[in-house]
Ligand binder design. Structure first.
Ligand code: SAM
Length: 326
């Protein structure tokens, strides 16, 4: 297992800020903005996090990631982490005792009652003392939890430390998150979509990437995370993006993007974002604050069948069927 240490972050840094990262290994300690632990029965899975921008962020000391093998906290010869479901049913469920020992250690808590097998005792928790509220978040991916969104990613990018627990089999014993919540730990359970994966590893990778790219200094150009899909108060889907050549296999880039008139380009993109969002994610249009819409936004939305005189837009025309190819 890797030694764990929570590193200080620059007091003034906020997601969206630009930081010129020093490339001196000694200074890296001072600049670590986020400390991440992942617990899984397949810790090798997270080798991919050494690639690309996340790999660079670790090299620069901006993020520290440690993947731990849950089986390191087992005591039996088979290193078993699962058992049959109480009440019957198919499959296996992850045992609370193993997770308990693992998380007590990672979170710097006193071992909980019954850890020695006695099954009782007084709960002595130092979780609330070991971590300031908001600094540490314990996250379990779970298909039957609330959906993880860009808003959650933005909120979690302010945490100093994240600990992820990857479920497998039929999932983990429900008392694991319940116990740590009762000890004052900020515990979250998130689904990454309405489908079931074999384990939490993919879900953790998804959440990690969404969260860490919002850290100050993570992106080479911090502007690139400002105007993105789902981002900001009045979030929309992004407009279509194009690069050169202007003509490719008979398909031309829209003329307006080539004209050099930035005002017209902005309006064209904004209208395209409204059109795409209306067709694909009308729920995002319904959530818009009409007060924040300018005259041209209102005109475009009205042409798309939305009524914009109330607090939020309301569809009055025939809704366009969402399509994967829009
Ligand atoms: N029996 C569970 C159910 O029906 O809801 C599914 C368990 S799944 C096979 C095993 C583990 O994969 C879960 O505990 C969770 O950690 C992870 N997982 C699977 N699908 C997920 C999703 N859509 N979002 C987040 N985590 C997921």
């Amino acid at each position: 297992m890797t030694a764990r240490r929570i590193r200080p972050s620059p007091a003034s840094a906020k997601p969206g800020d630009t930081i010129d990262l020093p490339h001196l290994p000694g200074l890296a300690l001072l600049w670590c903005l986020m400390d991440i632990d992942i617990v899984s029965v397949f810790p090798e899975y997270f080798d991919v996090l050494k690639l690309s921008l996340l790999g660079k962020a670790q090299d620069n000391g901006l993020v520290r990631i440690s993947a731990h093998n849950l089986r390191d906290w087992t005591h039996d010869v088979h290193h078993s982490v699962d058992d049959t479901p109480v009440g019957g049913g198919a499959g296996m469920v992850m045992k609370p005792e193993v997770w308990g020992e693992c998380l007590d250690e990672l979170l710097g808590m006193e071992p909980g009652p019954g850890t020695d097998g006695s099954g009782g005792g007084t709960a002595v928790s130092s979780a609330s003392k070991a971590t300031d509220a908001g600094d540490l978040v314990l996250i379990f991916p779970n298909p039957s939890a609330a959906l993880f969104t860009q808003r959650d990613a933005a909120e979690l990018s302010h945490a100093k430390r994240l600990v992820f627990g990857c479920g497998r089999y039929e999932g983990y014993d429900a008392r694991i998150p319940e116990y740590y919540r009762a000890q004052g730990v900020d515990v979250r359970e998130y689904s990454i979509g309405d489908y079931v994966l074999n384990g939490g590893e993919v879900a953790v990778s998804v959440m990690l990437e969404a969260i860490t790219r919002l850290l100050p200094g993570f992106m080479g150009n911090p502007e690139s995370i400002v105007e993105e899909s789902y981002t900001g108060g009045n979030a929309l889907l992004e407009y279509h993006q194009y690069t050169k050549p202007a003509l490719w296999r008979t398909l031309a880039v829209p003329d307006i993007l080539l004209g050099g008139d930035h005002g017209k380009v902005d309006r064209f993109r904004r209208d395209e974002a409204l059109e795409r969002t209306s067709a694909i994610r009308p729920d995002l249009i319904e959530a818009l604050d009409c007060q924040q819409l300018d005259k041209a936004d209102r005109k475009t939305l009205m042409a798309l069948g939305w009524e914009v005189s109330q607090a939020h837009p309301r569809l009055v025309g025939q809704p366009r069927r969402p399509s994967a190819t829009d």
